[in-house]
Ligand binder design. Structure first.
Ligand code: SME
Length: 162
């Protein structure tokens, strides 16, 4: 069965998010393998938004997030609580948008190409179970539109995959 993604190729990003969210919901609703679902979510975001790095870090116990499925250049495997943007999002349980990664105290630079970043927590029953991390090779790429839609996507993921 063909699994083609449908989204407006020259639409604004809100239109793109509106188009992909139902497809993310449908793809993850009945899939029981979390890796399969997260891999497809990353693939959808990459194809539709085409940012430099898109991936998940997941909490599997202890004081660290562990790298999970992603698209983009290689990245650090583990991030401790409170460290970097991802670790700060884990501690605060809220989304962080960074317009210039060099100005974020403690930012973990997996690639010098990354210039701005948004990290959204995956919250399941009040507990942060992981984060969705998206890096851009341009400054100030992300805004409240990204935050609102990515938080909606995060909720779909935690409802369907955790
Ligand atoms: N920059 C992140 C680390 C992960 S990479 O961007 C893929 C951070 O500071 O937590």
């Amino acid at each position: 069965m063909a699994e083609n993604l449908f989204f407006p190729k020259d639409g604004c990003k809100a239109d793109i998010y509106e188009a992909i969210i139902p497809q993310i919901s449908a793809l993850t609703l009945h899939e029981t393998d979390r890796t399969a679902s997260l891999a497809n979510v990353v693939a959808i975001l990459k194809e539709a938004l085409n940012h430099f790095w898109i991936g998940f870090y997941i909490h599997k116990g202890g004081d660290e997030l562990v790298l999970n499925v992603f698209q983009g250049p290689l990245a650090c495997s583990r991030i401790r609580r409170g460290k970097g943007v991802c670790g700060a999002v884990w501690s605060k349980a809220e989304t962080i948008i960074v317009d210039d990664v060099e100005l974020f105290d403690g930012h973990i630079a997996c690639s010098t190409t990354s210039k701005s970043e948004i990290v959204v927590p995956l919250i399941n029953k009040g507990v942060v179970v992981g984060v969705l991390d998206i890096d851009s090779d341009s400054y100030a790429t992300f805004d409240s539109i990204d935050r609102d839609y990515l938080e909606a996507i995060s909720k779909i993921i935690t409802d369907n995959c955790f």
